[in-house]
Design a protein around this ligand. Sequence first.
Ligand SMILES: [Zn+2]
Length: 642
Amino acid sequence: MHRLHTLYLGAAASLLFGASSFAMAAPANPFETPSTLPLQAPPFDKIKDTDYKPAFEEAMKQHLAEVEAIANDKAAPTFENTFVALEKSGRMLDRVDMAFFGVAQANTNPTLDKTRADVAPELAAHQDAIFLNPKLFARVKAVYDKRDRLKLDPESAQLLKVYYLKFVHAGANLSDADKAKLREINKEDASLETTFQQKLIAATKDGALVVDDKAQLAGLSEGEIAAAAKAAADRGLKGKYLIPLQNTTQQPLLVSLSDRGVRERLFDNSWTRTEKGDANDTRATIARIAQLRAEKAKLLGYPNYAAYALYNQMAETPAAVEAFLGQLIGPTGDKAAEEARLIQAAVDKSGKHFELRPWDWERYSEQVRKEKYDLNEDELKPYFELDRVLKDGVFYAATQLYGITFKERHDIPVYQPDVRVFDVFDKDGSQLGMIYFDYFKRDNKSGGAWMSNFVNQTTLLGTKPVVYNVANFTKPAPGEPALLSFDDVTTMFHEFGHALHGLFATQKYQTLSGTNVARDFVEFPSQFNENWALDPTVLKHYAINYKTGKPIPQELVDKIKKSQTWVRAISWANCSRPPNSTCSGTNLTQAHPSRTSTSSRKRRSGKRTPTIPTCPRATGPATSCISGQTVTRPVTMRINGP
Ligand SMILES: [Zn+2]
């Protein structure tokens, strides 16, 4: 859900409620007071997994009391005593919410899973308690109705409008009976979205392919085979080999595995991971979510959920979305068919006699790429060492463009040892914000890549942005360099584009701050930033062979550029499925288990920057797309620069 449900209370009231019984009864909870770390970064060294649940409960209690005080204010409603007050309320909820969902998405465990399942319906009910509060809405509406006479600055005028529409959209105008129905729907929906997310992570882990015989791994490098042996041993399967599923439909090793049967098993494990009729099967969950959302849309006067969900997006209507996507379907279908023909020809030429199937696509399209463009991924990887790409590529481009600089620091507690933290300084040397990077794949991490905030920027509350980028790159063996594909490199630049959007925020109100923009606008800064990955000056600066120290030869660069269009069409075709008018969830999950993976977390009541996931590529080396925030959200796309 887009983050518009921001509710705050005035500073005086915050102080008043800050001294709650909770504070006295359980002073050890690290969320009780603002973090004393730089920029109020979450104190992960002090936060225990068991702290979140009681903190959520106390934070919701405090927030509700703050909101009640606003709703029951004896003074006539004003922008200041209603909207600014709402904007200042819920500080503790903010703290716990942003830390919790950041960690639960990237580094979950049974305690966090249980907390998430427990708090999801409570947060939905909390949100309804605020947005369906008639006294509060009366105040909001009273100020909104006289907005033309208030002479508000543009940002305040926008805040007013956003809040008002959010209240209406949340059901503030419904009858009491319909509000009661809506509350039940929202609660069940929130629980089911959590269920979906947790099943997907579990199914992805369970879907790993176990191979008994090393010979069946023919085509993999020694390093990849060693990693598979270690992955098996880590799960108590010593002597076997395990290929964990990446959270994409197509698995990276499908390019290399020469045993067609093993490829098919790997593909099948991936494709059907949530459709095995076991405890992780998501189909019934999705169907029920779709049903609930259709009911909700109807209750709120919309023909379907897509229409309801698009109310504050740039596209505005399902018809507009379908028109955009409709333009792509013909040309991409034709191009994909042409690509399939070339790939089939590569199969035939190899002396094999079978019809091209999905598990063959990656392997043989790579062969066409090698032949057509003379480009080999393995040839590229030594030039894309993660640390160098980050510092000499991603950071370098930002320094050249905006004058901002970065300095790694090791004194900020992190939630997992692989996470790295950097200060970000503006061109005048002042601190702009802070950024965390959590790049390596783990079994307890959602799939894809995304950006979000631990602390939102707001001049009203005097906070600077603390943002993070998360991805799922393969972790190297100890002592080995982390070598990336060019697709991974593009992902780094892409997610960092979102991070820049968050870091450059200069808003007064956090409801409008940073990436809190229309979902179909938010990909602009990230796509823009992607293009620097191939900029000649930037590329020459970071693409240095880690063994020889030599920069990438121009010949290889030309090949990368030329090959950018290869298998683009099939990726587009995969990404451009129009949203179903009531729910695209079932379609999406059948087509792309990955598409929904990073995105199904239910937004909570608190205001917070939405996580921005990148849907991992379905097929093809160079195209990714963006999923909507939840399983039933419309799909938008991202295209890599040509
Ligand atoms: Zn993105």
